[in-house]
Design a protein around this ligand. Structure first.
Ligand code: PLP
Length: 406
């Protein structure tokens, strides 16, 4: 893993001061230090929670970089720099939620513009596209983004964005970021990748040609199920300036305490992700051999249809997996009710394991036939594998499956 994560410019260049290594070392080092310096006055190690709405000016307009906290706040600045560094990008922008960031990307568009998106994007993304922005005369087409011909066919002169998630929810499809970025760029459209499931520890979309990376910080980056947040990262100064204009104008900015919590979370992202991946792989392999399980959806399994692509594009396969219980909707409901270590809940990416049933919860709004045609069967169970001991997680699923099939 160590070398896979070496995104620095190379070991051949000597690093002569500590600051350089803090900002350009390997991702484990940058996770802890990038964007953050001990306070010069007190030596305080951690970025303070700057609970300020406004800042003293030395003369009218003569300020020290901060005027008003919607526009900028020092705790947020450190988090934005930290996240940009993790994604290998120049510029980061943080938001009050993942949706706040997604909304800000859509603010780049104008009435009449067209967006091509995956047909299995996050439910909230589908909702803001179809129920908010279609009202503002943006147009959306949802296609199978693993089918590049389908994506090309959907492109129009008015297409300004190609919206990609990978891996996707809940079937863990893996999309080829560089191929989709090529299709977008051939049409002068931007390629936006929602990197929430993989995190920058496992996948850095800017390296594969994406223009903007979007995150729900609520998930792995926060990592402790205690904060809602979002972020956008780009390498393009003009794009960043436009995103910054909308960030400030729309005002869905996070408070300093939320930024502090995410800064605390990103420090341990690499060690948490290693354990998430290890536990998910252990469970995926065990479930794959289980008599009561008809299919396991995990990019790390050889049987996964995009396993080779995942192995190329990602440094490891993540902590999310789904499996299909060979049983009824009710039996799958019993499994998710009977687990004791896994908590029955929506969301993902925290240290604790969560379990949910898409057909009865996150995807219940989709009519049954359409849902099943999309692969979201009655017996489908999604788990966010936490960092507890793998043996306890396996025993818990085993007892719950046993009870359900009694
Ligand atoms: C949760 C999530 C979002 C939305 O983020 P919020 O922080 O809940 O607003 C967007 N995309 C993906 C893939 C998510 O899992």
């Amino acid at each position: 893993m160590d070398d896979a994560h070496d995104t620095s410019d190379g070991d051949d260049e000597p690093r002569d001061d500590a600051h350089d290594t803090r900002e350009s070392g390997r991702i484990e080092t940058r996770a802890i230090h990038a964007g953050q310096e001990p306070d010069p006055e007190t030596g305080a190690l951690m970025t303070p929670i700057y609970a300020n709405s406004t800042y003293q000016q030395d003369g009218p307009g003569d300020h020290r970089g901060y005027e008003y906290s919607r526009t900028g706040n020092p705790t947020r600045t450190d988090l934005e720099a930290n996240l940009a560094s993790l994604e290998g990008g120049e510029f980061g922008r943080c938001f009050a939620s993942g949706m706040g960031g997604i909304n800000t990307v859509l603010n780049l568009l104008s009435a009449g513009d067209h967006v091509v998106a995956g047909d299995d994007v996050y439910g909230g993304t589908h909702r803001i596209f179809t129920q908010v922005y279609e009202e503002y005369d943006l147009e959306f087409d949802f296609v199978d983004t693993t089918d590049h011909d389908a994506v090309e066919d959907a492109m129009r002169d008015a297409t300004e964005l190609v919206w990609v998630e990978t891996p996707t929810n809940p079937l863990m499809r893996v999309n080829d970021i560089s191929a989709l970025a090529d299709v977008a760029h051939a049409n002068d459209a931007l390629c936006v990748v929602d990197n929430t499931f993989a995190t920058p520890y496992l996948q850095r979309p800017l390296e594969h040609g994406a223009d903007i990376v979007s995150h729900s910080l609520t998930k792995y980056l926060g990592g402790h199920s205690d904060v809602i947040g979002g972020a956008l990262v780009t390498d393009d100064p003009d794009l960043d300036e436009r995103l910054g204009f909308y960030q400030n104008s729309v005002g869905a900015t996070p408070g300093p305490f939320d930024c502090f919590l995410v800064l605390r979370g990103t420090k341990t992202l690499p060690v948490r992700m290693d354990r998430h991946c290890e536990n998910a792989r252990t469970l995926a392999e065990w479930l794959d051999d289980h008599d009561a399980v008809s299919e396991v959806f995990y990019p790390g399994l050889d049987s996964h249809p995009q396993h080779d692509l995942a192995a190329r594009q990602m440094d490891d396969f993540g902590g999310m997996l789904s499996f299909e219980l060979d049983g009824t909707l009710e039996q799958a409901s019993t499994v998710v009710e009977e687990t004791e270590v896994f908590t029955l809940a929506e969301s993902l990416g925290g240290v604790e394991s969560l379990i949910e049933q898409p057909a009865a919860m996150t995807h219940a709004a989709i009519p049954r036939e359409e849902r099943i045609a999309a692969g979201l069967t009655d017996g489908l169970i999604r788990v966010s594998v936490g960092i507890e001991h793998a043996d306890d997680l396996r025993a818990d699923l085993q007892q719950a499956i046993g009870t359900a099939l009694e």
